[in-house]
Write a protein that binds this ligand. Structure first.
Ligand code: ZN
Length: 323
């Protein structure tokens, strides 16, 4: 069967911006809807093809996402952008379908305690929710059916439980895959991972899910975010979540940094000759939109601070460095 070449065919690594969701969820200050859309539009224009734009949780739980419907509607109008939303349960998935998102990110925690605190469910109940969501999606014609991400948070450590057993991550990854996930996403939610553990865990999960796409969601809480990316790359992982300027602090570690920095991730990959399709110069310019709306929030990013190396030539050919 002949397939239409998509823009994704020309890249080596998928980078997915999660700032408008993960980056903003802990920030009490409301980021105005038009500015969220300006951010999303500017990043898409810089070449980011996938953005998690909102969380479909009740507005009373997360007032930051009270405008989720409007943001999704606006983001869907951006040509070539794949719009993802986080959903915690079946009701969220129904809304995601109504709103026409391209990708649904269902997240459960491998840690029993974290799952109970976060979504007030036993892990088995979360699996049942996932099954119901997968069944709902199967009733939608394939051309309009959103892709379904099986996200496993606190997969490498938990703020409540500490160590998380690798066997548990493998178990839930296998269950989500069997129930119909189109992608498994392993999240180091509070920054417990290190490169050695990443290699071991990702290899183990790959053994459970075969060729199903496996993504990595790292936080830079303790400075190991990009080292963990390199370890995952070595395992063959080609999908990474990140947040512009490293937004996305941690509720358990108030002073901590957030998600890995999207701009630094793109630089890392480009410098290794891996195509992301992102114009790093344009991407760094987008930070201004975040900065003007979050004046009291620290922004991170080594490349934005230091600039590119002298006479840098993009090894991946993704952009022309400004001279
Ligand atoms: Zn996260």
């Amino acid at each position: 069967m002949e397939t239409t070449p998509s823009r994704r065919d020309t890249i080596d690594v998928r980078v997915r911006e999660v700032g408008p969701r993960d980056g903003l969820q802990m920030i009490a200050q409301f980021f105005p809807t038009a500015e969220k859309l300006a951010w999303i539009r500017a990043e898409a224009d810089a070449g980011v093809r996938e953005i998690e734009v909102a969380s479909l949780v009740p507005a009373k739980v997360a007032p930051q996402f009270v405008d989720a419907a409007e943001v999704i509607e606006g983001a869907r109008k951006i040509e070539g952008l794949e719009v993802m939303a986080l959903v915690p349960n079946l009701r969220g998935a129904e809304r995601a379908v109504e709103l026409g998102v391209d990708r649904i990110n269902f997240v459960m925690s491998v840690s029993r305690t974290h799952n109970l605190k976060n979504v007030r469910r036993e892990r088995e109940e979360s699996l049942a929710d996932f099954k119901a969501i997968a069944e709902l999606l199967r009733t939608i014609p394939s051309a309009r059916r959103p892709a379904l991400v099986g996200g496993l948070s606190s997969a490498m450590g938990c703020a409540y439980e500490g160590e998380i057993a690798e066997a548990d991550v493998c178990l839930y990854a296998r269950e989500l895959a069997a129930l119909g996930a189109n992608e498994i996403l392993i999240a180091d939610t509070v920054g417990h991972a290190n490169p050695k553990r990443v290699k071991r865990l990702f290899h183990a999960v790959q053994g459970e899910i075969g060729t199903l796409p496996l993504g990595a969601h790292f936080h830079d809480t303790r400075g190991l975010g990009l080292a963990n990316v390199v370890a995952a790359l070595d395992c063959g992982v080609r999908l990474f979540d990140a947040s512009l300027a490293g937004l996305g602090g941690c509720q358990f570690v108030p002073a901590a940094t957030g998600n890995i920095v999207m701009d630094d991730l793109c630089f890392l990959l480009d410098s290794m000759g891996l195509k992301t399709g992102v114009d790093l110069m344009k991407l760094i310019a987008v930070r201004e939109i975040v900065a003007r709306n979050l004046r009291d929030t620290p922004l991170f990013g080594a490349v934005a601070r230091a600039g590119l190396p002298t006479h840098y030539v993009s090894p991946a050919g993704s952009f022309e460095p400004a001279r």
